[in-house]
Ligand binder design. Sequence first.
Ligand SMILES: Cc1cc2nc3c(=O)[nH]c(=O)nc-3n(C[C@H](O)[C@H](O)[C@H](O)COP(=O)(O)O)c2cc1C
Length: 152
Amino acid sequence: MKTAICYYSRHHGNTLKVLEAMAGEGKVDLIDVTARQAVRLEAYDCVGFASGIYGFEFQKAVVEFARQYLPQGKPVFFVYTYGGAKGTGPKAVAEIARERSCPVLGEYSCKGYDTFGPFKLVGGIAKGHPDQRDLDNARKFYREIQTHHSLE
Ligand SMILES: Cc1cc2nc3c(=O)[nH]c(=O)nc-3n(C[C@H](O)[C@H](O)[C@H](O)COP(=O)(O)O)c2cc1C
């Protein structure tokens, strides 16, 4: 199974750490949505969309990327990290997937070290995350997606 994960990860690279753990489990291309490139998501068996949570939602660039490139009917999944309040999480990108009749295979989220705004004064929250357990759970999540795919 060939997978693309289109992501935005800036604050501490927390989301990218999770994605790199997943990528170790199979054939996964990690696509930074802010890099200028021509992408053909048609070439993949499934597509993940991933982001840190900023202002209670996915970064807009990920949502716009999905709007621009997500092919009709492509199986998708969502991954995100957050400091403590995930808000609407992947809702906006899930809405695009729904409009394009893309089956949703699942979502994985975990805490990610957060030093935004006032949290900086207290040394940040969700310190040490993603930790080993978060990464192990991420690998497990991706393996389950692969199993699901191979059974179809
Ligand atoms: C500008 C900004 C806004 C954030 N807003 C939220 C938020 O609304 N809820 C939350 O739980 N965490 C919030 N966080 C914390 C991040 O979601 C968390 O640190 C995440 O792991 C960052 O992922 P990244 O390192 O991959 O960018 C925010 C962080 C930043 C920098």
